[in-house]
Design a protein around this ligand. Structure first.
Ligand code: F6P
Length: 369
């Protein structure tokens, strides 16, 4: 029998996604209905590990009043970071160099000292791997699957994905008319890391003529053929959606930069490469639009808002039932719990037998293969 809960902490880690605030609100409201106290850790775990950076406190109380009217807001009232892994925390050395140090014990000591019984960790694969590692060290943890990329395994979808797809679709809707007016090839690069979910879903919803995914290395001559076939039918413009992680057959990902430790590389630039090559091969005018971080902003759609609210309350129910080391997941029609162990470090790519992919093929979308 797990010890009863009196106080929980919540944090948000990794890239932000619409719906984070809705998770925070739902967690705090349902916890407070059980008489539990809530605190929020700022910027992942930085609020605990770097208290000197937070004159107002790196860990703040979260009352019902603090979470009033935030469910529809983008971003996170707690802040977030993708640089604060407590198991490999960047620490400045006396000689000015930076070394990664395991500071995870400090998190456990903090929870013990402050009488915090459990952590609700809202994040993508990086944050949920950290959550799993903390659980293995003895912390009570429940995770919530967040990412616009939808690349987390064992949940039908992550919150944030629907908002990103809706926005990208609206952008594609707008680009049809200008592409048509100028008889251009419009290349739209979308985020998604090494998974093509955003590109696939927005491309199909927004009527793209070609969609290039990381899961299907492309041959641009196939896209050129598609553009020419359209020209022959008098359709003198084309829309091509390119996932930031797409790559040519036998080629490489387009990378912007690596961090100082050589990992957490940033993808980007494939859209421009594709536009340049398509202009050269077709003789047509081509332009690139990179949607980038716009996909992470704005209010969550009602789907994401409801998913986030359901996830937030489900974390509290999980803790109340004595669970730990689990992630709440969407398994239609309900939420369920899956072991963090099954999620940590695993990426959910678009499967080759995806019926959404097949839908694209059946309506004539070119996938560059
Ligand atoms: O994982 C979410 C995501 O938005 C990816 O789609 C993208 O590659 C990455 O984060 C960008 O992160 P950053 O905030 O470091 O630019």
């Amino acid at each position: 029998m797990a010890t009863p809960i009196n106080r929980i902490a919540i944090n948000t880690g990794g890239g932000d996604a619409p719906g984070l605030n809705a998770v925070i609100r739902a967690t705090v409201l349902s916890a407070s209905l059980r008489g539990w106290e809530c605190v929020g850790i700022r910027d992942g775990f930085n609020g605990i590990l770097q208290p000197e950076h937070y004159p107002q406190g790196g860990v703040r109380p979260l009352t019902r009043d603090d979470v009033r009217g935030i469910a529809h807001l983008g971003g996170t009232i707690l802040g977030t970071t993708n640089k604060g892994n407590p198991f490999s925390f960047p620490v400045m050395q006396a000689d000015g160099s930076v070394k990664e140090v395991d500071r995870s014990d400090e998190i456990l000591h903090y929870f013990q000292r402050e009488g915090i019984d459990a952590l609700v960790s809202v994040g993508g694969d990086g944050s949920l791997t950290i959550a799993n590692d903390l659980h293995r060290k003895g912390l009570r943890v429940v995770g919530v699957p967040k990412t616009i990329d939808n690349d987390l395994d064992k949940t039908f979808t992550t919150f944030g994905f629907d908002t990103a797809v809706s926005f990208a679709t609206e952008c594609l809707d707008r680009l049809h008319s200008t592409a048509q007016s100028h008889q251009r090839v419009m290349v739209v690069e979308v985020m998604g890391r090494y998974a093509g979910w955003i590109a696939l879903h927005s491309g199909i919803a927004g009527g793209a003529h070609a969609i290039l995914l990381p899961e299907i290395p492309f041959d641009l001559t196939k896209v050129v053929t598609k553009i020419r076939e359209r020209e022959d039918k008098g359709r003198t413009y084309s829309l091509v959606v390119v996932a930031e992680g797409a790559l040519p057959k036998g080629g490489h990902h387009a990378l912007l930069a690596s961090n100082e430790f050589g990992h957490a590389e940033r993808l980007g630039g494939m859209g421009e490469q594709v536009a340049h090559e398509l202009a050269r091969l077709t003789g047509k005018d081509a332009r690139t639009v990179v949607l980038g971080h716009l996909l992470r902003g704005g209010s969550p759609t009602s789907f994401d808002r409801i998913a986030a609210l359901r996830f937030g309350t489900a974390t509290v129910r999980a803790l109340d039932e004595g669970l730990s080391g689990v992630m709440v997941a969407l398994a239609f029609p309900n939420v369920n719990y899956v072991n963090l162990e099954e999620v940590a470090g695993r990426m959910k790519a678009v499967p080759p037998d995806s019926d959404t992919l097949q839908t694209g093929r059946d309506i004539g979308v070119c996938f560059g293969d």
